[in-house]
Ligand binder design. Structure first.
Ligand SMILES: CC(C)(COP(=O)(O)OP(=O)(O)OC[C@H]1O[C@@H](n2cnc3c(N)ncnc32)[C@H](O)[C@@H]1OP(=O)(O)O)[C@@H](O)C(=O)NCCC(=O)NCCS
Length: 196
């Protein structure tokens, strides 16, 4: 992926910075980044199992991401760029749940960005932001039980295993029979960790 963050992104579009990443709001011109990210079978393996069609990204995925910045200020899906090179590495998100004071953290990184600790770095920063700036009481995350890499990210970011649960899918992905897993961290635990 060659779209770069070169420091020209307006401050107002920057959501969060970590040591090595900058997270910014997506814009209407970003469809190509999402098409490319979702075109990799390894990236989509535990999500839909197949590339996301360009039309779906242009007509549904990206418009919904943009609309959410208005409907849920402070939350949403944010493009992540590697500061050192400016390249787009994927996205991170904080989504509302049905529960007041609880948000769901998620991430999807390009394969070229795996194995460098970026997912953990971004997730930790989002958890900190959710408690420190957004006043949340709890942060949760879920994934397929067989998505080992994602589960490791959750643990390394401070989330703790809560439960396995089962969801019915008409066209289940391989591994669905092992269920989905939920991880969570509450404010008290986060504060204890922040003090340690
Ligand atoms: C899930 C996903 C984000 C995990 O990415 P990842 O690169 O494995 O996770 P991290 O960014 O935390 O990197 C971890 C590895 O980087 C290595 N690493 C290298 N440099 C590092 C550094 N400076 N700091 C920390 N870790 C570093 C570590 O050794 C670590 O491996 P380990 O946990 O086996 O010890 C990635 O596989 C992905 O995007 N998958 C597709 C989408 C998906 O499934 N999303 C989740 C759906 S719920």
């Amino acid at each position: 992926m060659n779209t770069r963050w070169d420091g020209t992104i307006r401050r107002v579009d920057t959501y969060l910075e970590t040591g090595r990443l900058v997270l910014r709001r997506f814009t209407a011109g970003d469809a190509e980044l999402l098409v490319e990210l979702d075109s990799d079978a390894d990236v989509m393996r535990y999500l839909t199992g197949e590339p996301t069609p360009r039309a779906e990204i242009e007509q549904k995925v990206l418009p919904e991401i943009l609309a959410q910045y208005g409907t849920h200020p402070g939350l949403g899906t944010f493009a992540a760029h590697e500061k050192s090179s400016g390249r787009f590495v994927g996205w991170f998100g904080l989504q509302p749940t049905g529960e007041a004071g609880t948000v769901d953290v998620g991430y999807r990184l390009d394969r070229s960005a795996w194995g460098q600790g970026y997912a953990t770095e971004g997730t930790r920063a989002l958890i900190d932001l959710a408690f420190r700036e957004l006043g949340m009481a709890k942060v949760v995350a879920d994934t397929m039980a067989v998505n080992t890499k994602s589960r490791r990210v959750m643990v390394k970011a401070g989330l703790r295993f809560v439960r396995v649960f089962h969801v019915h899918f008409d066209d289940p992905l391989p591994g669905t029979e092992y269920g989905e897993v939920e991880y969570a961290i509450d404010r008290e635990t986060w504060e204890a960790g922040a003090r340690a």
